[in-house]
Ligand binder design. Structure first.
Ligand code: NAD
Length: 492
């Protein structure tokens, strides 16, 4: 892609230069180099996409499901063929390492594969003779035009928590990528085009909050799938619901991880370093707060500090690098200020990753892994999603106390436990108020054939992304009660 190229919208099977008054620079966070310019599209462009999607819906919903999934099979092949190129694009615009980026694209592909099972997943139910000669059945029909609004941190994967299911179920779709990482979807849409989806079935409109609000208010758009921060998720949920739309809105997180003294500390510290510092901590399933129990305090802290210091930070395109930069200069400033306030509120800085300078990438937005110990549960640091490579630590004396602390948090995206005790694991899994649980796992990311189950302030709605939840979200049920010839109703 040429330097500073203006990104396009994709509407009704054609690429359009936006009529936006304003464009934003898309930066490579490792170098601060401008990669492209993204338009903040106007409501009229959302309307153009919605009209196109509505017209395409008439025929797409009549296309038999086994035929619809042929497009997804082609898309899967194209995604596999372009995996390296897409991963490179993710690394350049997001900053994560190539290994992390290709792992992300694998997850995207996995969702396409699961959605190919739609002829079975979308089946209804049938009850014969609910009364003499009367049958009742339930069928699933697509909802109509659906919109997907994505965050910056997984530009390749997150739209795929929704897109393949929405399409396979017979809906038409508008994707609004993050304005900070929009280039990956630009490339994915070239592949959607190549896969041959009929005009108007998949559309993309770039933009920011005004573009999103135009989507939320558009009468032709029937369902909204959102992933992003909690304040925006709440806004999306309330505005879409007030407009009578279906909505699933996944929000932010502050994931606690409990470490018992009987855990394998070498393995635990390795997994925890990956969880807290992988993707530079910009992951909704990153470990954010380690809660050590009893003797685990010293052994775990020492082991983790060593790993934090040893982590190789730099440009994600370099194969030796284990952690890239954070997304923007604003984000770096915000994270460093939160570290400072955490320390002022009484936590001690075991490892301080601020003021990182990476040779050859002095203009990049780097923070090295950071660990704050003895964080007070009521402090701003403990309550705030940091979304950077920063792990807070707290200490308690029992599993019960740890579970109380976990459940006192406002988020419920993920909670993990490290132990060798089956009884402790069962208690934790049973009592903890979070939708994704890891036992000796640091990033409990559900496979595509399970729902992505956030709870509390991490999710607004009923049906989550991925798997059967997505199929239910993207279909509406219709119940039919049916009687035929009179002779069927009589007693023999
Ligand atoms: P964000 O909320 O800033 O932006 C997400 C989307 O919302 C973008 O497309 C953006 O254009 C739009 N948006 C932003 N402000 C808006 C406003 N005022 N009105 C309408 N639309 C608006 O999120 P982000 O910074 O891109 O992503 C990081 C956040 O996403 C973190 O909080 C992270 O935890 C969360 N996240 C959650 C999950 C999950 O599954 N729960 C997954 C990934 C990321």
């Amino acid at each position: 892609m040429a330097i500073s190229e203006a990104l396009l919208n994709y509407i009704n099977g054609e690429w359009w230069m936006s009529k936006a008054d304003e464009y934003l620079d898309v930066l490579n966070p490792a170098s601060n180099y401008v990669l492209a310019r993204v338009p903040l599209s106007a409501p009229a462009e959302v309307d153009q996409a919605a009209q196109a999607a509505e017209s395409a819906f008439l025929d797409w919903r009549r296309t038999p499901a086994p035929d619809r999934i042929q497009y997804l099979f082609r898309l899967k092949t194209l995604l596999e063929e372009h995996l390296d190129e897409l991963s490179r694009t993710i690394t350049m615009e997001n900053g994560k390492t190539m290994k992390e980026a290709s792992g992300e694209m694998r997850r995207a592909i996995e969702n396409v594969e699961v959605a190919c099972g739609i002829p079975t997943m979308m089946q209804g139910a049938f009850s014969e003779d609910i009364a003499r000669g009367v049958d009742e059945y339930m069928i699933r029909q697509p909802v109509g035009v659906c919109a997907i609004i994505a965050p910056f941190n997984f530009p390749g994967m997150i739209p795929f928590w929704f897109l393949p299911y929405a399409l396979a179920c017979g809906n038409t779709v508008i994707v609004k990528p993050s304005e900070r990482t929009p280039i990956t979807m630009q490339k994915v849409f070239r592949l959607l085009e190549e896969a041959g989806f009929p005009k108007g079935v998949v559309n993309m409109v770039n933009g920011g909050p005004d573009t999103v609000n135009a989507i939320l208010d558009h009468p032709l758009i029937r369902a909204i799938s959102f992933v992003g921060s909690t304040p925006v998720a709440k806004h999306i949920y309330s505005r879409s619901s007030a407009n009578g739309k279906r909505v699933q809105a996944q929000g932010g997180a502050k994931n606690p991880v409990v470490i018992l003294p009987d855990a394998d500390m070498d393995l635990t510290s390795m997994i925890m370093a990956d969880s807290a510092f992988g993707n530079a901590g910009q992951r909704c399933l990153a470990a954010a707060m380690a809660i050590t129990v009893g003797e685990a305090r010293h052994s775990f802290t020492e082991a983790l500090a060593e790993r934090a210091i040893a982590r190789v930070v730099g440009n994600g395109l370099d194969e030796k690098v284990e952690m890239g930069p954070v997304i923007t200069p604003k984000s770096k400033t915000r994270i460093e200020a939160l570290i400072q306030r955490g320390a002022q509120d009484g936590a001690s800085l075991v490892v301080d990753g601020r003021n990182a300078l990476i040779k050859g990438f002095e203009s990049g937005f780097f923070i090295r892994p950071t660990i704050l110990q003895d964080v007070h549960p009521d402090s701003e640091f403990a309550q705030t999603e940091v979304f950077g490579p920063v792990l807070g630590m707290m200490h308690v004396e029992s599993v019960d106390e740890a579970i109380r602390l976990v459940n006192s948090g406002k988020y419920g995206n993920m909670a993990c436990l490290f132990t060798s005790s089956g009884a402790a694991a069962r208690k934790f899994r049973y009592e903890v108020q979070a939708g994704n649980i890891g036992i000796n796992i640091g990033v409990a990311a559900p496979m595509a054939f399970f729902p992505f189950s956030g709870w509390k302030e991490s999710f607004f709605g009923t049906l989550h992304g991925q798997s059967h939840h997505a199929v239910e979200f993207y279909t509406q049920t219709k119940v039919v009660i049916e009687r035929w010839l009179k002779e069927w109703s009589r007693k023999f």
